[in-house]
Every structure is written in C-alpha cells, then in structure tokens.
Design a protein around this ligand. Sequence first.
Ligand SMILES: *[C@@H]1O[C@H](CO)[C@@H](O)[C@H](O)[C@H]1NC(C)=O
Ligand SMILES: *[C@@H]1O[C@H](CO)[C@@H](O)[C@H](O)[C@H]1NC(C)=O
Length: 923
Amino acid sequence: METARVGVLFLVAPLVTLLLMDVSNAQIPGFVSLDCGGSENFTDDLGLRWSPDSDMMSGTVANISVANETSKQYSTLRYFPADNNKYCYTLGVISRTQYLIRASFLYGNFDSNNVYPKFDISLGPTHWATIVVSDANTVEMQELIFLATDPYISVCLSNATTGQPFISTLELRQLNGSLYLNQYENQFFLSVSARINFGSASDAPVRYPDDPFDRIWQSDSLRKANYLVDVAPGTEKISTNMPIDVSRDEMPPQKVMQTAVVGRNGSLTYRLNLDGFPGFGWAFSYFAEIENLTSHDSRKFRLILPDHNDLSKAVVNIQENAPGKYRLYEPGYYNITMPFVLSFKFEKTTDSTAGPLLNALEINKYLKKSDGSADGPLLAAVTSAYSTARWAKEGGDPCLPAPWSWVQCSSDLQPRITNINLSGKNLTGAIPVEFTKLGGLVELWLDNNSLSGSIPDFSGCPNLRIIHLENNHLTGDLPSSLANLQNLRELYIQNNLLSGKIPAGLIRKDLLLNYTGNGGLHKGNKGKNLGLIIGLPIGAAVILIAIIAAILLMPKGKKKFHKKEGKPPHRLPSLSDTAAEAAHCFALSEIEEATKNFEKKIGSGGFGVVYYGMLKDGTEIAVKILTNDSFQGKREFSNEVSLLSRIHHRNLVQFLGYCQEDGKNILVYEFMHNGTLKEHLYGPIARGRRLTWIQRLEIAGDAARGIEYLHTGCVPSVIHRDVKTSNILLDKNMRAKVSDFGLSKLSVDGASHVSSIVRGTVGYLDPEYYISQQLTDKSDVYSFGVILLELISGQEAISNENFGSNCRNIVQWSKLHIESGDIQGIIDPALRGYDIQSMWKIAEKALLCVQPHGIMRPSISEVLKEIQDAIAIEKGADALRDGSSDEISRHSAHSSINLGSLDLTPGDNYLSIDDSIAGPAAR
Ligand SMILES: *[C@@H]1O[C@H](CO)[C@@H](O)[C@H](O)[C@H]1NC(C)=O
Ligand SMILES: *[C@@H]1O[C@H](CO)[C@@H](O)[C@H](O)[C@H]1NC(C)=O
C-alpha cells in the first residue's frame, strides 16, 4: 500500500516519505514506550510510538480484553513467576539528565484467577511502589521523576505477595529543563502523587502532544473515589482561548493553563488523597490570570493548610508576579510535609475583589534512593564481561530488592554479597578478579566451568568459608595466601590442571580439601587427607540452635500466665441490693403465657435463647432465657439486670424486667420488629431489600448514640464489650438500638480501664484489649469501626474467602484498600446512589477506629459527629440529585432513599438526626 501511494504521488515522494517517517517510524526523541507483551511496533492515536518488549524480557505474555480500556498497548501484558527473583527491564538513559518514568498495570484477570496481584516495583535498588491491584479492569499507574546517574536504569518487579507480578506498559520521557531540579535530587526521586488540571471541561487527561514531555494532567472533573472532594460552593470553571506563555522549562502545557477554577464566594477548597504520603514532598501550584479583571479589580488570596499556619502568611498575587495577562506564575514548596489526606483551601484576602483562582497543581513525594549493594559495581564488571549469558542479564542491583538468582546477600541496609553460585555456567577465561574483592564473600561456587588461568589471591575475602573450583581448566600453583583464610573450611579444586606443592598451611585438620585429579599437584609427603573438618562447624551450629531454642521457648511476659493478684475482683452489684428494687419482676407463669410456652424462638446467642412473646396488654416482648448451668451465666445475669434497670436511652434496647424462678434466669426486653443489623446486611432479608447508604448511616448514627450514652451518660460509665452487627437491633421504623449488655461491666470509677477475662466476638475484638486485657471504652470504638467497615462493604467481619488468599479479616482488607486510596474496591456493590464524600468520611473514621492502639482511636462521640456530617452530605447530595443537577449525580447515579420499600414510616422520628445528641439521658 505504501508503495502504491508513493508511486501515485511520485512528484512529492520525498515529502511523503518524510511524513511517513515522522508518524510511523521515528521515535520521539527522549521517549521510550514499551508495550509489554506486545508483538509489533505501532503508533497510537496520540502519536506515541510503542515497541514490544519481547527481545529484552523473559516472562510470559498474556492477552487480555477489558471493555473500557481498548488501547492496543493494554491488550497484552507480561507476567512473571511469583518466586524470590526479580524481573528487570534495563533501559538506556543519558547520565545527569532528568527523566519521567511511568509504569502501568492492567490486570484484566489474565490468569483467570481473580486473585488480585500485589507485588513490588523498584527502580534500581530503590523500592518504588507496591502495586496493589484492586480492580481487574482499571489501569494502575506509577510515575517517578529522577535524575539519571548511570547510562542505564533498571525497573524490576519482585516480591509477589498475591498473584503473579505483571506489567502492561513502561514509558520513559526525557525532561529538559529545570522545573524539577532540586537540591535533593542526588538522594531522592520524586514520586508523582497528583498532577491536576483544574477547570477542565472533560474527564480526559491532557498529555502528549499537548504536553511535550507527556506528563498526564488529570482533570479535576474526574471525581474518582479519592480525588478532589469537598469542593466549596461557588466554585466555577473558567477557560480562555488566548495563548498563554508556557515556554519556560517544563511548565504545564498551554491547554492546562487555559482552564481554571475560581471561587466566586471567596474560597476554593479541595480534598484529595496523596498516594505515598504522609512524607516530605515537592508541591507547586500554577496560576495564570485568564479572566478579564478591570483596573479596579484585584485577585489576592492565601493558601490555608491544616498544620501549616506559617504558609498562610504569603499572599498569592498573580498580577504582581506575572504582570500582564496570560502569563504564568508558579509558586511552590521544594520541601513540605504533606498528609495522606490533603485538605487545602485558597481564600481571598479581605481587600481582594475577586475570589481565588487555580489552574493547575502538582505534588510529588520525595522517595529516598537506596544506595544499593556495596558490591554492585564489582558485579557489574563481571556481568558485563558475560553480557550474552542469561545469568548476567538479570538486571538491577545484585541484592536489592531481591538478589540475583546466583547470588546471596547479607541483610544489612547496604547489603554485601555473601554467596556466589556460578556452577556449570560455561564460564571461560580467568576467574574474575572482582570476586577477590568481595569483602563479605563466604561461599564461592565456580565448579564445572571452563575457567582457565591460575587461582587468584583471595586475601580480600577474609570471610571465605567455602571455595568450589573443581572441574575447570585451572593451571599453576595453589597460592599460599589461601592458607591465610582463617575461616576456610572447604576447598574443592579436583579435576583441574593445577601443579606444584600444596602450601603447608592448607594441610589442616579442619579443612575439607579435595585436590584429586590434578596431575601435578602434590602434598609433598604424598597421602590423602579428606573430610576432617565437619565436627567443628556442626558443633558450633548445635550450640547456636540450642541457644535460639532456649530463647524461643522461654516464656515471654510472665504476666500472661499469672492472674493479677493485686487487684481484688471487680465487685458486681448483686440482685438483692441494687437491681431487684429497680427492675420489674415477672412471674414465670406470666412469661410462659406471653410466649405461649416458649413457642417461637427468634434468636440465640450470647448466653441464651430468645423467644417472642406478647403480654396481656399487647406489649410485644423478647424473652431471653439464660443458659444457667454455668456460674458465669448467673453472674452475667445479675450483672445485666442491675445494669439494665438503670440504663435508659432511645438507642438502647429497653429492658422491661426479669424473672428468676424455677432455676431459670430470664430477661425481658422490648421486641424489635426488624431484627438485627446482621440479618439486614447478610441474611435472606438482605438479598431482597438492601439497606441504602443513608439507611446504613442512620443506623450507624443510632448505634453510636447508644454507645455514646453508655460511655458518657452513665455513672460509672459502661463498656459494652460486645459491639457487633448482631447486637444492633432495628425497630419498626428501622431505628437502631444497641442490645445485649450481657458482657457489659461497670467500669471502675475514675480508672481508665478495667481488667477482666477477655470476652467478645472474633472479628470485633480489640487487639490491644486482647493482648493487654486492659479494657477501655476504646475497645468498643474498635468494634464499632469494624461495623462501619461492614456497612461500607457489605462484607462480614471475618471471612475465609472474600478478602483474598492471605487475609481473613475485614480490617486488614479494608486498610489495604483505603490506605492505597482505593475506596471503590471495598464499597458494597449493592450500594447505589451514595455520595463518595460521605463514604470517604466514614471510611477514614472507620480506619481510625481500628487503629491498633486505643489511644489513637477517636471517641465514639467524634465518630458520631462524622456520621452526622456524612448524613448531612447525603441529604445535600440527595437534594441535588432530586434537583437533577448533573454535575454530582453523574458520579453517584440513582436517587433518593426508597423508604417505602422497607415499610418504614418516614415520620419525624425517623428523619430527625440531631434531636438526641444534646443530652444522652433520653427516653
Ligand atoms: C525536608 O525537610 C526535612 C526537615 O525539615 C528534612 O529532614 C528532609 O531531609 C528534607 N528533604 C527531603 C527530601 O525530605
Ligand atoms: C554451555 O555451552 C554449550 C555449548 O555452547 C551449550 O550447549 C550449553 O547449553 C551451555 N550451557 C549453559 C548452562 O549455558
């Protein structure tokens, strides 16, 4: 076809050839775009030239097909075994030049395994990122800006914890100015966290050819889970077609600077998640005046960052710093601490007439470079001499992040090479002299090769223990320096061409020396001396093992095995003194009648079975018969009665009385028509009528209020100790109440904790309480955090299947996702019509609740406040959705809550959120 065209356009042929060259052959200077697993060169719609990685990489190719990602480079990937090795791409670069490198990963369930892979990517010896796939159909991307120090770089995949490591694309872009130059660049890389184009009309990112360096500027209208939430009212997008001077350095492309947001009400606010943070970062903002301000107008504003009051002093004045219109001003910070969740605000100064403006923002995290193995350069010299051999092409650092297959390393921060195993690798020529300079070397295996020449001096390797040089073509004498190696225990040199006398120092009792098959080598007095040394090292090892075993077997913290005798057992109020007088006492006959002789069982758990009943006056009741064959049961009973009779709150299941007759311990509660939260999340009910997000929030709010009352409204305060979804009950109106104080205990007055036997439910149990046995109200907060995670995800607290292969626990699983910014990965797929902001708020609070240490967890009141904020957001979003404002509803399609479908009575009772927070003493 090309020939035909050239033929037809004969006269302009030179021009045509030139054009063809340009679009289809020439790589853009300084760009490398690898289509991993690809099979041919091609040019994509942007004009980027992709090449396959087949001649530079081992591994296996897989073809995938993902509906929403149809670019050719994402139709293939390359994957690697989940072993202890690393798999490296080596790319040529220009030393002392800055580059952007970008790796991307589209899982596409290539292994038909649906186990989302998790593995590490490194640049040379430096850990770059842990790749966590959380969606089979979404591209994960990582970018670094770095200063090349060598003529090549290695990008390595290793350390798969789930699935197999894989990669879809690898892109290298040479930078060309000084924007990213900084004083830290010799010790740090910049890991790209956010690069945002504000005011963009579309979701599409801006990149090449608009950006000559092919940086990807994400649109601020792309409000994905962790991105740009909490936008202030009055935020407006503006744009211009006028040219903007972006010719300096690597300024953002004109297309990015031609759009902006302005805060018409005087402020701009955003919240976004910064991958990799908290840490030190490089943060720059880009401004260009693109509105027609009159001469009376001014636009001055300040940056407000939590925990950075000092920064608010500086006033941004674009006019002053970039006089004239359409010029660029880029204030920023070369080294600023940033949190993971960044909330920032630009606020106009009081004397400014116009609100703040923002065109673009870039935030990168400093990533400390690893020095790599101290022996790296020595081994590089060896491998370059064998450049065609497979073992010499493993790439990257010999030790980090995983050692080459033929190397073992010490575990120091800057590791040293301890073992080299190149047995049977077709080595020729002399023994590489670099090996004799490896100060940490302990074992050297070079047997079964074709090495020639003489054995070098190994004095530089004082730790050498084992040397295997047998079955080579080595010639000459055995160097006497070998005898000086104090640690040498094994020297195998048989079947070589060695000659001369064995140095006297090598004829030792503790050295295993095999020198047979060397015609000319002799001991001087003839005779064999093999196999003597083994006793010593084994003896040492046995002693070491014994010591280790002793340490391991030694009981740690003896506390664990001893009762705390100092403290008298906590005194429980007995039936006779406190409880009985306050609580109503039912006759057994009354209860038998109400329950029709315990006809209808409605639940079991805790310390007994629960039956449905109806009193003569029509009151429906739940009757709990305690299993009273244990002392524990009795204690729980009296405990519960005394507590319950004194605790009243609209969000706690009401206690109506008790009965202790005929050897039976019975508790009577109000009947809760809609069962437990657990049933609504996971039971058969759940399948038919799912709780909406706002209902879940309301339930969480109710339960939090109940717990708040226990913690703050009772004197002494009460720790529930068994907060879980099956202990949150729902009434006719779907209002939630907390039930089952069977495990509750009065907290010791004034003390911050009570110690007692650990009880609770697996999956909800505060790990700190479990370890220390010190119970505080923060243990309830932990359990409540687990409930919040269940509400978000629709997943039970513990599952053998749902959280991937090596995670059974909702806390670990959610943490992984939320901390990597992927909230979407845990949201219950059954949920529709939620606002991502409220989801995000709850997720963040939930993670705080399940912090390992109680002291780091919020109080239940703080959690409650967050739930109320989330409800307010939902209601606001709902109003917006109803008013069909497309801007937000696009991201959380679907409508208001369908109260009708749940037989709710949406009366004031249900809809009032705030009326009961004022005072805990409700009823
Ligand atoms: C940034 O500043 C902190 C302390 O002010 C310092 O420890 C750190 O090394 C600096 N640079 C980087 C790249 O983190
Ligand atoms: C060594 O070289 C021979 C001949 O060139 C070849 O057949 C053999 O596969 C090589 N072995 C290794 C381990 O490279």
